[in-house]
Design a protein around this ligand. Sequence first.
Ligand code: G4P
Length: 538
Amino acid sequence: MSIHDGADGETAADVRGQAARRRTFAIISHPDAGKTTLTEKFLLYGGVLTAGAGSVRAKGDRRATASDWMELERRRGISVTSAVVQFSYRDRVLNLLDTPGHGDFSEDTYRVLSAVDAAVMVLDGAKGIEAQTRKLFEVCRNREIPIVTFINKWDRPARDPLELLDEIEDQLVLDPVPVTWPVGEGERFSGLIDRRSGNFVRFARTAGGATTAEEETVDPARAGVEEGAAWHEATEAVELLDAAGAELDAKRFEAGELSPVFYGSALTNFGVRMLLDAIVELAPAPGARLDADDEPRPVDAGFSAVVFKVQSNMDPAHRDSMAFLRVCSGRFERGMAVVCGRTGKTLATKYAHTVVGRDRSTAEEAWPGDVIGLVNAAGLRVGDAVHAVADPVRWTAVPSFAPSSFRVARCTDTSKAKQFRSGVRQLDSEGVVQVLRRPEGGESAPILAAVGPLQFDVAEHRLRHEFGAPVELAPAPWTTARRTDQASADLLGTMSGVTVAERAEGGELLALFESPYWLARLQSDHPELTLERLIGEG
Ligand code: G4P
């Protein structure tokens, strides 16, 4: 029996209530700024991890060696998979979606960010904005995602807190508004002023930050006596901020123009609770999602979800693939019949999972904002809509990023040509790399296109180990791609210094250039050519 084909009455009220309780967000940061540590601490405060229970990405984890995929992660020291964790905090349910830290995977990040309602940007207090912060921030800006800023590692020598705010404003053109302000820094970092109440929240250190930080709320008069010079310095800065009118404005935050700023230390847990409180209080709950016709689909409509990641070989013991779906509207119940909007195929949801890190448990039900994993949902692609049978929807396609690295792939063992072709198709549908074809290359020598070269390592590794197809990825000369159309493609075909290729998925035509100068020259000589920029072009 299904009660979900068009949620109404009691179900609709339930759905609205459950959606209002949820906060679905991601963390973005430059590698080493503390994303993994902060994730761990969120789980500690959410009661998922207990003291000493280990970390989300335990370094040197023994299980790591059991998986090819994780072996690659470990060897390169980077996280290349996106996972999701769900935990409760206060009376809310928080869904934290992991994003790869390395900018080479920013296309992957973009897809994850298509499934969140807010992001936490973590900065290292000694370093400020770093290269990958900027790149990932641009992705957020593109999607107009509200951003909460966490300035981390305040237990170590850090830069001037006001200077860090200036840097955010200048480099990101984002209006930073501190909600908390640090008293002391490094070893003398003792707590935070909550600008909303004027109170001082003093922390007590715990060994290695293994348990939540003990906090004491101290009124300003007493703090002045007990904290001495650091207090006066902090209050002076706060007065300056007050005078400058640095106030929180919810609308500007939700529009991605203003970012509430929190200082702290993920290592010692100082400020972590205040950050989590802010996510619960400030980040928007799941709301109506715009469909392909720009019509809002309310959260209490029939069940619908968006696929934001497809990943193979999560568990080498099963050699399966999993599609990650974020629920956009309605209630999901395991076993219900759902349809992929693009293919019209019905999908089995008997084996739906919730995924915490690498551990799966069966998902009995899910609400807007939640993430479910469908095992072996072959044929699902990033951006697909999955919906209740009677309540169809289509989402706007998730655009592909501008590739800037290219390789020509060839299978080095002719007896494995079939495995090579099916592997390349699989990697393309998962978005591991973009696959392009030229008439002369066909399926035996496709062009692999990527935002960053690390994507090729992943592609090569998986073709070899997962599909049994040894490959050679020959360097290709192109550096810039533009979207074009058939008329321009015909003309470009007669010119030198440009190659036209077709996306294997979707058939879009791309013009590939060896240098931006050549592109600029062609554009000025032939203004009639269609050469559109792709998103994410540096
Ligand atoms: P990432 O996921 O953003 O790459 O960063 P991660 O959390 O792995 O943190 C990178 C390093 O910074 C780790 O040290 C971590 O312990 C440290 N760190 C994170 N937050 C803080 C903080 O608030 N204060 C201080 N002092 N250090 C912090 P590591 O030595 O590379 O690794 P580990 O051996 O400590 O795990």
